[in-house]
Every structure is written in C-alpha cells, then in structure tokens.
Design a protein around this ligand. Structure first.
Ligand code: F7E
Length: 338
C-alpha cells in the first residue's frame, strides 16, 4: 500500500466507502509518504506482512476476510530484477501463489475476489503491434518472467477452482508519486534541477525505447472496475499512444520553455540546450533562474551512460485497450497529448 498504485487505490476505495487494509513490508527505511495523508482515517488500517512469508499472508487473509484483494506488491524495477532475480521470482511470482492459496485454504473462494497486477512487460519482445489480451507473451527480464508465473497461476486458479481472479495487464503508468528511479520521474526531476541550477546534466540509458504511458490515477480505476465485473477476466489497460524516451525528454524540457537538440549516436548521443522561450521559462520556473540558464545555451544537458542499459530491452510497447473500453466502459481521463 506504500507504492504509487497502492496509495491511489486506497484513496479510491475509501472514497467509495470501503474499509481498506493495506499491507506494509517492514524495512529499516520504511517509506510511507504516499499514504501519510490517510493517517488517522478510521477506515484505513495498516498491517505488517510480506509476500515472501506465507504465514503472514494466511494470517492477514484469515483475520481480515476481505471481499477484494488487490495484489500490487512486487519488486517492480525491471533493471534491478537482473541483479536480484531470485528475490524477484519469489515476491513477484510465488507471492501471487501465496495469496491464491491462502484464499483457497481458508474457504474464501465464494467471498474473495482477486486482482493480480500483471504488466505489459509480459509482451517483451513483442509478437504483435499493438498488444492486446490475445498477443503471445515473450518476457525479457527476470521481472517479466516472474510476472509471467503470476499471470498464469491466476488464470489457473480461476479455471481450476472457479475463483474470481483477474489480471490487469497494465502498461506503464506514471504520476507525481512514481518512484524516482523510473524514467518519467528521473527525467522530470532532472529537468527541474537543471532549471534551478542544481544539476548540470542527466545521464540516461536507452533513448530509443518506446512506452505507452498513462496516469496511475486512471489505471487504479480500471483495477477497481475489473473486480466489479460479474465474470473474472484479463484486461489490457493502455492509452494506445507510444513515445520514445528521447521525445519524452524533449517534451519535459519544453514544459519549462527549453528546446533541446539530440546529436550523435548510441553511447555518444547527447542533447544540447538550444533555445529558451524566456516567457514560458519565467512563467514556469521564475525570472531569478533565467540568467544562469542563458549561460548554458549550447551546453550538453543529456548524455548516455551504459550502466542504465538493460541486458535485454523491451523496445516497443503500445497497447490496445478495446476490451476494457467495451466491457468495463473504461477510458483514461488524463491525456498525454493534451
Ligand atoms: O523504463 C528506458 C528503459 O524504468 C522505461 C515498471 O513499473 O513499467 C515499468 O517498467 C524505459 C525502458 O519502466 C533510463 O530502458 C532509458 O525502456 O521507467 P522504466 P519499465 O522498465 O518500462 C512496467 C509496465 C512495469 O510493470 C514495471 O514494474 O525507459 N530508460 N533511460 C530508462 N529507464 C530508467 N529507469 N532509467 C533511465 O535512466
């Protein structure tokens, strides 16, 4: 519940009058900023637990006896999964099984509906463009391989035990609450810091990969809608618009009136600060910072560092959410193009 989606979903469910029980994983640097504002809400309850600890899952499910479980817990960083593959398999793969088994063991199948946070990373080396529910999977990271197990074990429990268990195959979804090492927040933070003179340059990984980005607030509404269906099923949630990392950088700088131009190739690719629309900059950032940035025209503000490359990359993601639009009546309210 301490994650981006957990906090938005908790807000949505509280608005709808739910009692919300959130699971928190104990760590020495526990981060709870995203749910701080829910502190003191009598309908919001926090519990320690861990997807790697079966007993804790059984204990929570048996005491809470929930109507709905949203499994948003995961080691969700694709690059980090290459460094911690076994842990990722345990939390993101077997963790799903632990929840399904707890519900089965406690005879809660008729009562408890389950949402599994599946991911567009399952499509990996894409077999079809755009990707929809019937597109074959081809995972390209330990993260995606673990999530593949989570996806199929959810389908299997649905078919074997008639569980109301569904997968949301969510494409990338972002917000101001997104973790700072994911690409959107890394870029928006860097642009702010460069504007304020606090940072000279940002080093990136693969600038050519394309992502279908939506807003996390829209996507938690889809999770909720999936569990309100009479029949469980799997749904792609996406915007249908794809953008390269390079264009995302250009758009982020354009927000503060700065034009950047890319030059060079591969590890030698850079972007230089080409032009400042001073009216926009003053409006968005403030006059006090303008002189400092003016001196930087012609400087490199983006570079490439291979440490951010992934051993196997997912080059292109673009989703077709027709099923969600027609069956759930879901569509995104936030619009990237706007
Ligand atoms: O990378 C490229 C990177 O880390 C997006 C997770 O929530 O969404 C997320 O997975 C793209 C990749 O997200 C940097 O190589 C370039 O092609 O923001 P990201 P992700 O890997 O797409 C899916 C749906 C999930 O399920 C995951 O849990 O951007 N990229 N340069 C970079 N990425 C990062 N992080 N940092 C860079 O410097």
């Amino acid at each position: 519940v301490t994650g981006q989606d957990g906090s938005y979903l908790a807000e949505l469910l509280l608005e709808k009058g739910y009692e919300v029980h959130g699971m928190v994983r104990r760590s020495s640097t526990e981060k709870r900023e995203r749910i701080e504002h829910l502190n003191g809400n009598e309908h919001f309850h926090l519990h320690y637990g861990d997807l790697a600890d079966s007993m804790s899952i059984v204990r929570l499910v048996s005491t809470i006896r929930p109507d709905e479980i949203y499994n948003l817990a995961a080691m969700s960083h694709v690059k980090v999964s290459f460094d911690t593959p076994e842990y990722t398999a345990n939390a993101d793969g077997l963790g799903v099984l632990r929840i399904l088994e707890a519900v089965r063991l406690l005879n809660l199948i008729p009562k408890t509906r389950i949402y599994q946070a599946s991911t567009s990373e399952l499509y990996g080396l894409v077999q079809e463009v755009p990707q929809k529910e019937t597109t074959p999977f081809y995972p390209r990271s330990p993260y995606a391989v673990a999530k593949l197990y989570g996806y199929w074990i959810t389908v299997n429990y649905r078919e074997a035990y008639k569980m109301h268990a569904s997968n949301g195959i969510l494409f990338n979804h972002e917000s101001p609450l997104r973790g700072e090492t994911f690409v959107t927040r890394k870029v928006t933070r860097a642009v702010s810091r460069i504007a304020l003179g606090m940072q000279k340059k940002v080093y990136m990984g693969n600038l050519s990969s394309k992502r279908d980005w939506g807003h996390a607030k829209d996507y938690v509404r889809a999770m909720y809608a999936i569990l309100q269906q009479d029949e469980p099923s799997d749904f792609v949630i996406a915007t249908g618009i794809t953008t390269t990392i390079r264009d995302f950088l250009k758009m982020a700088f354009a927000e503060i009136g700065v034009e950047i131009i890319f030059k060079g190739e591969n590890v030698n690719e850079v972007a230089v600060l080409n032009y400042i629309d001073e009216k926009v900059f003053i409006e968005r950032v403030g006059e006090a910072y303008l002189d400092n940035l003016r001196k930087r025209i012609g400087d490199e503000v983006v570079g490439v560092d291979p440490q951010y490359f992934r051993p196997t990359e997912v080059d292109l993601l673009i989703g077709d959410a027709t099923k969600a639009r027609t069956r759930l009546g879901w569509e995104p309210k936030f619009d990237l193009a706007a």
